[in-house]
Design a protein around this ligand. Structure first.
Ligand SMILES: Nc1ncnc2c1ncn2[C@@H]1O[C@H](COP(=O)(O)OP(=O)(O)OP(=O)(O)O)[C@@H](O)[C@H]1O
Length: 440
């Protein structure tokens, strides 16, 4: 069965770049009728926080990206210890003792001699006595995976055929001196154990993929299909970061972005397919095609979300907003009409508040000096309440007959006097909802 996963570290609020990864994996599983795993990569005890783990779940739920299974790496530490023993027994995990300063020095020497700065495997040659002596000096051992120095190749779902010479890559550190299992290892163990068949992730992981393919093979597993999408940047090319909270899903939600707008943009951004509003994840999954995505960096501009949000909100049925409108204090008998009028003039649902305030409390009239007499005369002619859909036509007809004004010169000063704005809903539809007119 097709099984995908989204594996964020709960070290901040996830951003639109992380969403690109989550959504692609979700859509692949959904399209294939497979399974989507949310895996919290929380082995970094200092940086991982429960509030961020909760935040990630809230963000995904907001978008409807529900998972079939949730896993936490912190629950699986025994399993990683077991897998490490298996690699040690197979001679693929070896203990090393170099400090960061020593490694730095080695790299500089290699570079000076025109050689690539790849770890020289000095640790592999240490005898048990030498290791004991290093420990006696107070040094702590940590563990590297011994790569097979072949070429590592895979057909990437986005960037095409990849071939990496393992000899040009340092043996990765899998376990730190304090026993912390690093991402490269924990992730490989999980992907094998959990039967993950497809992994889409950022291009920042290409080298990881090369080493993880070997780690999975060393554990007797079959590596999944891989695809690496380009990283998203902000509109000016700026990097996104969970730690800085740039373009976080939480902020976009609080700003009133419609979930369908964000999903519709993210499922197509950076692909050859046009962006169009889709109202369901099934529709998005149906048209989703990884091979349509390019490898070049992709810019994300939050401004692109507003036209889609506007389109989405304008199509919401009354039932979807009834509770919200009731909570604003709109009386039940006018609520459906209020929605029918206001929805054509909002982007965010929060914009409804302004329209209701205007209808309930009236607007500060805007009256140009040259229209002052005309407006006063027209307002004196306002028909008695209740106002209906016919009121605007009847009133302006009578004003036209009395003043000789017509067209824009007739309608615009009256709109501005009643609403304080030169744009907005059809006045005929608005009049019955206007509870207060200040020059009444
Ligand atoms: N700017 C980005 N554009 C697209 N994908 C990204 C971007 N940044 C991270 N990702 C992807 O998000 C997924 C989750 O990764 P991770 O939790 O490590 O996020 P991160 O933002 O890189 O983290 P941190 O800022 O904490 O280092 C990975 O597949 C990673 O490739």
């Amino acid at each position: 069965m097709t099984t995908t996963r989204f594996a964020p570290s709960p070290t901040g609020h996830i951003h639109v770049g992380n969403l690109r990864t989550a959504l692609m994996n979700y859509l692949i599983a959904r399209k294939a009728g497979g399974s989507f795993i949310l895996r919290l990569d929380d082995t970094d005890r200092e940086r991982s926080k429960q509030e961020y783990a909760d935040g990630i779940q809230r963000d995904l739920e907001w978008l409807g990206l529900t998972w079939d299974r949730i896993e936490r790496q912190s629950d699986r530490l025994d399993r990683y210890a077991e897998a490490a023993d298996q690699l040690r027994a197979a001679g693929r995990l070896y203990e090393v003792f170099e400090t960061p300063t020593e490694l730095d020095l080695k790299r500089k020497k290699q570079l000076n001699m025109g050689r690539p700065p790849v770890y020289d495997r000095a640790g592999l040659a240490l005898s048990d006595d030498q290791k004991a002596a290093l420990r006696a000096e107070g040094r702590e051992g940590y563990w590297r995976f011994k790569l097979d120095q072949d070429r590592i190749e895979w057909p990437d779902g986005i960037i095409g055929d990849v071939s990496i010479d393992a000899a040009s890559v340092s043996d990765p550190v899998l376990i730190r001196a304090d026993g912390q299992v690093l991402y490269t290892f924990a992730s490989s163990v999980d992907d094998v154990d959990m039967g993950v068949t497809d992994i889409v992730r950022g291009a920042d992981h290409v080298t990881n993929t090369a080493t993880q393919i070997q780690i999975m093979q060393a554990m007797g597993g079959t590596p999944p299909r891989f695809a690496h999408h380009s990283l998203l940047t902000g509109p000016q090319g700026e990097e996104l970061s969970k730690r800085l909270g740039t373009l976080s899903l939480r902020d976009l939600r609080e700003q009133g972005v419609a979930p369908e707008a964000l999903l519709s943009l993210m499922a197509r951004l950076g692909s050859n397919q046009p962006v169009a509003l889709r109202l369901s994840l099934d529709e998005l999954a149906e048209g989703f095609d990884l091979s349509q995505f390019g490898a070049s960096p992709t810019k994300f501009d939050a401004e692109d979300l507003w036209p889609l949000t506007r389109e989405r909100n304008q199509h919401l049925p009354f039932d979807a907003v009834a509770d919200r409108i009731a909570a604003m204090g709109v009386p039940a008998e006018v609520a459906p009409q209020f929605w029918a009028v206001a929805r054509q003039n909002i982007t965010r649902l929060d914009d409804l508040d302004g329209w209701w305030t205007l209808m309930r409390d009236g607007a500060t009239p805007v009256i140009d000096a040259e229209d002052a007499d005309f407006v006063r005369q027209a307002l004196d002619m306002l028909p008695p309440r209740p106002w209906t859909a016919a009121t605007w036509g009847d009133w302006t007809g009578a004003v036209k007959a009395a003043t000789g004004r017509k067209g824009k010169g007739l309608f615009m000063p009256l709109r501005k006097a009643l609403t304080g704005m030169d744009h907005g809903p059809e006045m005929a539809e608005l009049m019955p909802l206007l509870q207060t007119v200040h020059a009444d």
